[in-house]
Design a protein around this ligand. Structure first.
Ligand code: MG
Length: 463
């Protein structure tokens, strides 16, 4: 049976031609456009939405279908073409659009694609707004106009130029260029290759680019994990490069490989970016509950504060705007700097890490070891919402002395680590993330959760 079309706050994702079809995409465009028209007080105002796509082969087709839907309800569409997700986020504000659409399934395999929605501030809709758009979509409540009032499509090719200029404005271009860094870039044949190569060139780097053709034919599994970036590690070693960068297909996530060809883990991307930012000034940082404590160590040392949010990029970006955070992001390699845009951006991550290397004169492995690290383990298992709640309640009894944060499931903080238990928003599973000073400390918490699971599934079976 075909997998269900997943509709969440960040848009929809499905398998092209199976459940994500042209008509679904057109309807989704109509739904988003109807929502945007309804919320606009000035009914006469011409509204425009920009649309971009990653390199998947189905991108152009789905982009046209969404654009058709938007035009049908009277929204003008600015087609940005093949660009990164952060690129679309930036152009929304640059062009004064009321929203943006990105055709991408991010790190999912090639048969998937998705339609990601962004509001005028460049952030995904909050839960309540996403629900409204979903209701327009399922109810097919579209305000379709006469042919004389429908929207028009135009194109704009300024995304890369605008994006690069914004990132270069937050780093010292000359200081980085003076180092002549040797870099290997793996863009997995996604949307990141063209713009990132150009930016690195402007930063005076010597670049060896692999998988840099935006064909959408992913050269390896697209999620930038250790297992999937083995090829990048080898090239970094062979080329004796200073650093390796791995992007996901829509270039919002960044993984780093050190000069020895060792994958250092996506959690370090945000930690390194924060290390640079907090070496200059103090303030607040935001990240989700599932992200490593490394950022707390860095921020606390600088006298700053970390705001922890529910999981979801929009939650982190929203908190950053609310608390005027100087850096933020997620442990999956997503770095957000509001000076560029309230969206995860691998180019921002690259810029800040190169700046840190340029200023300190240190190798990336040295900077990583200065940050130190923890043992982290992630697990998920089948459980419904009720079971998830039972697990969390039992854990609260067992870990009565822990400091709790209950904004998204429950995070238990201990002196030697933390445990985050939460029900997934998109599938009936519970996710458990543990981080501790060492493996044995982590095992203690993992073991406790396993015991609770056994107890609860036993009770469920007996009932
Ligand atoms: Mg992505």
């Amino acid at each position: 049976m075909a997998e269900h079309l997943i509709i969440s706050i960040s848009g929809m994702r499905g398998i092209v031609g199976e459940n994500l079809t042209i008509s679904v995409a057109t309807d989704y465009g109509c739904a988003f456009g109807t929502f945007l028209r309804n919320k606009e007080a000035d009914k006469e105002r011409k509204l425009s939405v920009c649309i971009g796509r990653d390199s998947r082969e189905s991108g152009e087709m789905l982009s046209s279908a969404v654009a058709e839907g938007l035009c049908l309800v009277g929204i003008d569409v600015i087609d940005l073409g093949l660009v990164s997700t952060p690129g679309v986020g930036i152009m929304i504000r640059q062009l004064g659009c009321v929203g943006g659409v990105v055709i991408t399934a991010s790190h999912n395999p090639a048969q998937y694609n998705g339609i990601k929605l962004l509001l005028d501030n460049g952030i995904a809709p909050p839960v309540g707004v996403a629900e409204q758009i979903k209701r327009f979509f399922f109810g097919k409540r579209f305000s379709i106009l006469d042919s004389t009032d429908i929207g028009e499509v135009s194109s704009n090719e300024q995304t890369d130029t605008t994006h690069i200029a914004k990132v270069l404005a937050i780093v010292d271009k000359e200081a980085i260029a003076a180092r002549g860094f040797k870099i290997v870039l793996d863009s997995v044949n996604g949307a990141g290759g063209r713009v990132t190569k150009r930016m690195l060139g402007e930063l005076g780097c010597v670049v060896t680019a692999i998988n840099d053709e935006p064909t959408g034919l992913f050269a390896h599994k697209p999620e930038p994990t250790a297992e999937n970036l083995k090829g990048l590690c080898e090239v970094v070693k062979a080329e004796q490069a200073d650093i390796g960068f791995g992007q996901d297909p829509d270039a919002d996530r960044l993984a780093i490989v050190d000069e020895a060809g060792t994958y250092i883990g996506e959690e370090y991307t945000l930690a390194l970016a924060a290390k640079y930012i907090f070496s200059k000034r103090s303030g607040k940082a935001a990240t989700n509950l599932s992200t490593s404590r490394m950022i707390d160590d860095i921020v606390e040392k600088a006298g700053g504060r970390v705001i922890r949010t529910a999981v979801g990029e929009a939650n982190v970006a929203g908190a950053m705007l609310e608390h005027k955070c100087i850096i933020g992001g997620e442990g999956n390699g997503g770095v957000i700097d509001l000076r560029v845009g309230p969206i995860r951006d691998s180019l921002v991550g690259i810029g800040l890490v190169l700046q840190l290397m340029a200023e300190t004169g240190k190798m990336i492995s040295e900077l990583v070891s200065e940050i130190g690290g923890y043992y982290m383990s992630k697990d998920k298992f089948a459980a419904d919402k009720e079971q998830a709640e039972q697990i969390i309640n039992s854990a609260k009894e067992i870990f009565a002395d822990a400091r709790l944060n209950t904004i998204d499931g429950c995070r238990f903080d201990f002196d030697d680590g933390w445990l985050h238990v939460r029900a997934s928003n998109t599938e009936p599973v519970v996710r458990v993330i543990v981080e501790a000073t060492d493996k044995s400390a982590a095992q203690k918490y993992i073991g406790a959760v396993s015991k609770i699971r056994e107890m609860i599934s036993g009770e469920t079976t007996d009932a």
